[in-house]
Design a protein around this ligand. Structure first.
Ligand code: KG4
Ligand code: ZN
Length: 341
């Protein structure tokens, strides 16, 4: 490797509906994103109201090589300067995972590079490392995405312990389903939070399942059902009104965020965590970010959250996770759609 460069990892991500590649360099004790390319398939899946796995896999297949080529050419980096390849090997959609994994294995074999299989959920947490702040441990991480809602005790840089999780729907899934009920589009999270900013969060009192339960688990299906019953009671004509939709969005978001914040802070106190962090697609939610920040300030502890583009799926987080993951030989890499932390 040329002395010009530090340790450079190529990250590859195809677990769901984003085809992504990134180059992250570690130099002088700091992570630096050289290039971060995300090709989102949202426009393709929008018309179905959710992700169609086979369509996602076919599109990954078409896009993965162009996305990797673009990443290398934008960084003006020759493959010889890459020290390792990091690729998501789970959890996720099996057919989507296979495309990224097979591509990474082929490149590792042809380029003669070591490879690491990356847990997508850990990578979401590692997105917080990209800010180069010194993270104090133990930390409690609220990991909230379209498929997962978990509370993780982060004991050290590479030591994670799940202490709670959703017993039914993930928080992001609830945002997506409520948006579907309101017929306002996909993915629901960003659309709901935008509409919510114009609505009254006290207009409807939706259920807050398990908010006071004596554990660190969550449940979002009751909240979703409570929104559904409210919508069913309102006439179709009335449901077309913008302000009514905005009020439902604001009230739903308020309930979901209250539960998430309540349980996270409960976990912080119970584990005597020194810091708190957010990660995953739902961490892009402004109300959630603000409310956790306020609670952290009250507790006088540090709060970390990735910048918006690094909350949702990307490969920079996969690359940074690669710095902490053991290297294997290409033919040992296996995908696991149900991989756990
Ligand atoms: O982490 P991610 O990009 O993909 C998964 O690994 O699941 O998360 C996607 C989820 C979707 O459910 C989307 O609706 C949600 O994150 N999301 C949001 C916001 N932006 C994205 N949820 C609430 N508020 C947002 N601003
Ligand atoms: Zn994700």
């Amino acid at each position: 490797m040329s002395k010009k460069y530090g340790n450079i990892i190529l990250g590859i991500e195809t677990s769901c509906d984003e085809t992504a590649a990134a180059l992250v360099e570690y130099k002088g004790g700091k992570f630096n994103i050289l290039v971060n390319v995300v090709f989102s398939q949202i426009d393709i899946h929008k018309k179905y109201g959710g992700i169609v796995p086979e369509v996602a896999a076919r599109n990954h297949l078409m896009d993965i090589i162009p996305v990797i080529s673009q990443t290398l050419s934008e960084a003006k980096i020759n493959f010889k300067n890459i020290s390792k390849i990091a690729v998501t090997n789970g959890p996720g959609l099996i057919t989507s995972l296979i495309v990224g994994a097979q591509t990474a294995k082929t490149l590792a074999y042809v380029w003669q590079k070591p490879i690491s299989g990356i847990n997508h959920l850990k990578a979401h947490m590692y997105a917080n490392w990209l800010s180069n702040k010194k993270i104090k441990f133990p930390s409690i991480c609220l990991l909230v995405s379209g498929g997962h809602t978990e509370l993780i005790l982060v004991k050290a840089e590479n030591k994670f312990k799940k202490i709670g999780q959703t017993l039914d729907d993930a928080a992001g899934e609830a945002f997506d389903k409520v948006a579907q009920m309101l017929e306002i589009g996909y993915p629901g999270g960003p659309i709901i939070s935008e509409l919510a900013s114009k609505g009254n969060p006290l207009a409807f009192k939706f259920a807050r399942p398990m908010i006071n339960s004596n554990d660190f688990n969550f449940s979002f299906s009751g909240l979703k059902t409570s929104v559904l019953y409210t919508i069913k009671k309102i006439s179709k004509q009335k449901m077309k009104k913008y302000q009514l939709k905005a009020d439902i969005c604001a009230s739903f978001q308020q309930a979901a965020v209250e539960v998430l914040v309540n349980k996270t802070i409960k976990a912080v106190k119970a584990t005597k965590a020194r810091t708190v962090m957010l990660s995953g697609g739902v961490a892009a939610n402004e109300l959630l970010r603000q409310n956790i920040k306020k609670e952290a300030e009250l507790l006088k502890i540090d709060f970390y959250v990735p910048p918006l583009p690094l909350c949702t799926d990307n490969a920079a987080m996969i690359a940074v996770a690669g710095f902490f993951e053991k290297e294997i030989v290409w033919n040992k890499l296996k995908v696991d759609p149900n991989l756990e932390i």
